[in-house]
Design a protein around this ligand. Structure first.
Ligand SMILES: Cc1cc2nc3c(=O)[nH]c(=O)nc-3n(C[C@H](O)[C@H](O)[C@H](O)COP(=O)(O)OP(=O)(O)OC[C@H]3O[C@@H](n4cnc5c(N)ncnc54)[C@H](O)[C@@H]3O)c2cc1C
Length: 411
């Protein structure tokens, strides 16, 4: 929403999937196409292809999410959703309609190279440089075997982030590698924690699990044969066992297929896109916000520990998500903050807390993704001034009248 006023253009009804190109593995879509629609197209017509789905509700826009460098369940392997954009059609602020990428010179929306890469003029600009009316997104092969496993610890994130995560990303056998620190009470309704509880308490001998948090990491492994899957899982198992032995951790690794009905419930939760109503109403008054950021993988643990302390200071139940991105070149650090939307005091407190968390993100060399206006000012203050200057020049060039989303980012 333009914070300095303006008009809103609702693109919801531009909801056509223009083309699916099976051989070159992309789909050309309009901005109103939702994750739910795209999933249906793939399931019905291209079952051997897949896309990366976020935890967001199925009615959110694929195009908008990619323009904001969102993250989904193939982001560990292939990177953020903006890495998957292979062509654009854009309406410029001055009225011209232009194509960006190979589609500007070819009937195929293959990608960005080898042309000058102008995609960056529209990605993460939050609608301040043009309106995207078509986008091609990469689709990915969907192997016949896709199974989930979980690594769970009642210790903290350090059980995984001290060394195991670096070994796992180097192993490169997962499609998805993500999870977080969940408090037992908050994960009820999302995960079958009451069912898992019996299993865990029998092994770790905790008798107050309801009052504790656990750190859970989902691993999705795909394969073309059972043999390949078994081999991949064996490698993961070996790393987990070594970590337990060498570092004295208590990490539990299990495949969901070994847990019968409980496993099916966990698989259902992991099947995206999905509606998770319990997630939207964790507190009375219903509300959920988060500080999401991309940070260096080797600073994740430090940032997480500092952020959790801030959450505790403000009286929030600590909760943070992680996902190494693009086979570990950087990582998601996302603190999630349920709040009572109808309580102005709580909103004020949450804002202050989020500001402190953004400082931590910046301190450890990260940056908030989908950066909201209130955080943009603070975040860009630390940027290279010549970078900020260049952004302003580009903005003026593309939008000489300053009509596009005034007030967003630093404009
Ligand atoms: C419960 C929940 C969980 C979520 N989990 C995830 C997650 O795991 N991963 C993830 O990536 N996201 C997640 N999301 C966010 C979601 O996927 C979308 O990224 C988000 O909803 C985008 O919609 P918006 O309403 O924020 O966008 P808007 O506010 O409509 O748009 C955001 C910005 O993009 C600009 N914009 C929009 N459309 C265009 C266009 N066509 N051309 C140019 N500029 C445009 C707008 O001007 C605006 O500045 C989650 C959301 C919810 C509610």
């Amino acid at each position: 929403i333009p914070t300095k006023g303006g008009i809103l253009i609702d693109l919801k009804r531009m909801d056509q999937i223009i083309e699916g190109d099976e051989s070159n593995m992309y789909a050309i879509i309009e901005p109103g196409v939702t994750f739910g629609l795209l999933k249906k197209l793939l399931d019905d017509e291209y079952p051997q292809l897949r896309y990366s789905y976020p935890m967001a509700p199925p009615f959110t826009s694929v195009v908008c999410n990619a323009l904001l460098s969102g993250l989904g369940n193939l982001s560990y392997r292939y990177g953020s959703m903006s890495d998957m954009v292979s062509g654009l059609e854009v309406v410029l602020p001055t009225g011209e309609i232009t194509k960006i990428g190979m589609c500007a010179v070819s009937p195929y929306w293959l990608g960005r190279h080898p042309l000058p890469d102008l995609m960056g003029l529209f990605i993460n600009w939050q609608g301040t440089t043009g309106i995207v009316t078509k986008m091609a997104v990469n689709l990915w092969p969907k192997p016949p075997i896709i199974k989930n496993a979980i690594i769970l610890t009642m210790g903290g994130p350090e059980d995984i982030y001290t060394s195991l995560i670096f070994k796992l990303v180097h192993l490169q056998v997962c499609d998805e590698l993500a999870g977080g620190l969940f408090h037992y009470s908050m994960s009820r309704g999302m995960l079958p924690v009451d069912d898992i509880k019996g299993m865990i308490t029998a092994i770790v001998k905790v008798d107050d699990m309801e009052n504790r948090s656990f750190f859970l990491t989902q691993l999705t492994v795909s394969a073309n044969s059972d043999k390949e899957f078994k081999q991949k899982f064996k490698l993961i198992n070996k790393l987990v066992n070594e970590t337990n032995k060498n570092e004295g951790r208590q990490l539990f690794l299990f495949k969901t297929e070994d847990l019968a009905d409980i496993g099916k419930k966990i698989d259902n939760f992991m099947e995206l896109p999905s509606q998770i109503p319990s997630l939207y109403d964790l507190r009375e008054g219903g509300g959920l916000t988060w500080v999401g950021s991309y940070v260096p993988l080797n600073r994740w643990l430090e940032g997480c520990q500092r952020g959790l302390k801030v959450m505790e200071k403000y009286g929030w139940v600590p909760g943070v998500l992680h996902r190494p991105m693009k086979t570990g070149h950087y990582s998601v650090m996302r603190f999630f903050i349920p709040l009572n939307k109808s309580d102005p005091e709580e909103l004020k407190k949450a804002r202050k807390m989020c500001e402190e968390i953004v400082d931590i993100v910046l301190d450890i060399g990260g940056f908030p993704y989908k950066v909201p206006s209130w955080a943009a000012k603070k975040a860009f203050e630390r940027a290279d001034p010549n970078f900020v200057g260049l952004m302003k020049k580009i903005k003026t060039l593309l939008d000489p009248n300053g009509i596009m989303n005034p007030g967003r980012l630093i404009f």
